[in-house]
Design a protein around this ligand. Sequence first.
Ligand code: SF4
Length: 611
Amino acid sequence: MVDLKGYAGKVLKINLTEGSIETIKYSNAVLRKYLGGTALGAKILYDMVPRDIDFDDPKNIVFIGTGPLNGTSIGGSGSVSIVTKGALTGGATSSQANGLFGAYMKFSGFDGVLLTGCAEKWQYLVLENGKAELRDASNLLGLDTYEVTDKLREVHGAEGRTASVLSIGPAGEKKVRWAGTFLDHGHSASHNGTGAAIGSKRLKAIIAFRGEGKIPVYDQKLLFDISQKMYEDVEYFRGTIGGVANMWKSQSGALPVKNYSTFDWGVSDEEIDTYVEQSLRDKYQIDRMQCWGCRLLHSTMFEIKEGPYKCHVEEPEYEQMAAWGPATGITDVEATMMLSGLTDRLGLDNNEAGWLVGWVMEAMEQGWLSEEQVGFKTGFGDIAGAEKILRMVADREGFGDLLAEGVKRASQKLGGKAAEAAIYTMKGNTPRGHDHRNRWAEMFDTVVSNTSTIETHMSAMSPDAQGPANPMVISDEVARTKGLMQLEDSAVTCRFNTRMNHKRLAEAISAATGWDMSPEEAWDIGRRAVNLLRAFNLQTGISKEYDRPSPRYGSTPIDGPTEGVSIMPHWDRMLENYYEKMGWNSEGVPTEKTLSTLGLEWVSDDLAKLE
Ligand code: SF4
């Protein structure tokens, strides 16, 4: 690995129980097969993690990985992919964050950091010019993700873009099951409790310096030309912040309104205009905060200068605007942005937060939850109540301790009507922020996924797979496009830049490494990750019966454009077809033939033991 182009040459392995630091060097053959990020993390997870442990067992691992494109001229190549046994599903997790950290970790000399064990006292890690050192983090405890970033920069005298910080917030310290991991100000890898897993190891942060390091690539000019073509493909992109306004105006029914209890958000024409992308930029944008190599208009800083929601916040994504707008019945855009920033600062996942708070609001309005249980009265549109719930969760205070377990566990513990109204997959994660009853492909993908979030994207599918129609086409397309996202997350690049385009990614990987990689070989790297993560999950007990939505998630809309139309009558047939197209048997287990086609013969024996 050390002589390979495109790589720093080694992965750091840190045993926090012992305080030991060593390096792993992967061979050319291993890297060509697993590349980095998600696929390499899947292999490490599969090889190292006992199937019967919980996320906070010291034997769990957290792999923070990059790939051969990070730190190069490819736009958005400062990302990382985090792989662990997740806190919500108990199964595999693959979650990504963009920014600078992935590039700086490589410039510091490391393609990834593999965390094992659990420290006796809180630590943070310093990566600089080929050196790695653990230091005491006791004075960082309790700081939010913005504060810890600023504090570490200050302590280390890092100005401007000379260093990048990966951190967890107070929620990660308290092992909230839906705590995420954050890069600098607001970039998050937040699914399935990556922050809880890092917190369980008592690691508060990692600071990586830009330093003098360089990543050698095979053909610099060719890689630069490919970067330029990639940029020309996506230069129209202006972030996702305006998605809520666009969807509301189109009345497509895809917004996640009030815990699926209605289609009507109740926002006025005047209010919805404040959610429009250009008006948000004109009024609040103060600075740009580009990720490594990115030239797109995205990831800027916003400031609300006065009023009750005064704050300094990274440009919220669609998901955050949806969580703190329609999902919770809030129509004040400044409150929406404040809550988005607060969720990031506390180190929580905005998706899970929106579903959870919306569910609590509906349950109290309906009388399924009492004021005494929660500690105060709340309901849709209650901004102060939403803020209070977030803070209680991050502190595991009062009712927040139950909510810190996530929507599925909290609702099942409460039982009754409240449990019936909760939105989650049977594996235990909540979906992204849409009403998937109008986006069947995304619901189907979310539910059958083995990473705790979507495994593919509707943009890669045929037009016939969009919307609530054509169930068999949808299951065909979800299966056909599997592996593209995992390839990108193994590369590890920003989706807004590389768009799951496996042809361009194969060209870029070849230019960076000197391998002559075909698009099909590249796609197989992603398919390998999908099958390995599926095999891992099956061995943890996540079997076919978990490939279903909760009753409310799979419910029939009572109003809106698809009133009375449900995916559920088609579900079993879709699943059967999906398994077949994936090369899995009728129980959703990858067949020997599928595994051997992908060079995963050795997994077959493990799966045979399940029968
Ligand atoms: S598109 Fe946005 S998230 Fe992606 S690399 Fe550029 S600034 Fe970062």
